[in-house]
Design a protein around this ligand. Structure first.
Ligand code: TMP
Length: 212
């Protein structure tokens, strides 16, 4: 099973990844947690370049994220899935669709095509999108801001819009949740959806869903 967490910076993804990892570890299965960009030696180098490096235009940025992703899938994700592990990634393709496709204006279709090509078509079984208003996400962030986090609020609002469009376009994969709920409540909602996915069931609509 391949699970991804998505949302704006400051949406609480990392906390939920940690809670989900703990909950699933109790099953006794191997859990591989990773993050994007990163998770491999090359990916971490690309992370520094893309987040702390010089200004770049939109396609080079999209290509760098795609390069890190291609390496992560080949080196970590596919081997782990082949062993029967559960893989949980803090961000994946949907981040590129929302940030580069919508935020940078490259177009969702074009960015999707590039990314599907470099990962051999691998999409997650379930994606949890934590929705928080761009103003709230901004207020939750720490003092150090990377190249993307330093973008204007209007950019993050576009990205948020992009994520919401993706959730509407892929309801069988993306579960949009209200990221302002207490972490324990969100964690319970995510775990319940993972259990459904394990049984081959589609996402349910419930109280924690942002569109409920
Ligand atoms: P993180 O802070 O959640 O680790 O993510 C790194 C930053 O990179 C975050 O601001 C979102 C951005 N990003 C993209 O713009 N496109 C992508 O494909 C990914 C994975 C992240």
């Amino acid at each position: 099973m391949f699970i991804t967490l998505e949302g704006l910076d400051g949406s609480g993804k990392s906390t939920q990844l940690h809670l989900l990892r703990e909950a699933l570890a109790a099953d006794g299965r191997e859990i591989v947690a990773t993050r994007e960009p990163g998770g491999t030696e090359l990916g971490e180098l690309v992370r520094t370049l893309v987040l702390e490096g010089p200004d770049m235009t939109a396609w080079p940025e999209a290509l760098l994220y795609a390069a890190a992703r291609a390496q992560l899938v080949a080196e970590v994700v596919r081997p782990a899935l082949a062993r029967g592990a559960v893989v949980i990634s803090d961000r994946y393709i949907d981040s590129s669709l929302a940030y580069q496709g919508v935020g940078r204006g490259l177009g969702v279709e074009q960015v999707l095509e590039l990314n599907l090509a470099v990962v051999g078509g691998l999409l997650p079984d379930r994606t949890f999108l934590l929705l928080v208003a761009a103003t709230e996400a901004d207020a939750r962030q720490g003092a150090h801001r990377d190249r993307i986090e330093r973008e204007h609020l209007s950019f993050h609002q576009l990205v948020d819009d992009g994520f919401r469009q993706l959730a509407a376009a892929y309801p069988e994969r993306i579960v949009a949740l209200n990221g302002s709920l207490p972490p324990a409540e969100l964690a319970a909602a995510i775990l319940a959806e993972v259990r459904r996915a394990e049984q081959g069931l589609p996402p349910a609509s419930g109280a924690a869903r942002a569109d409920a």
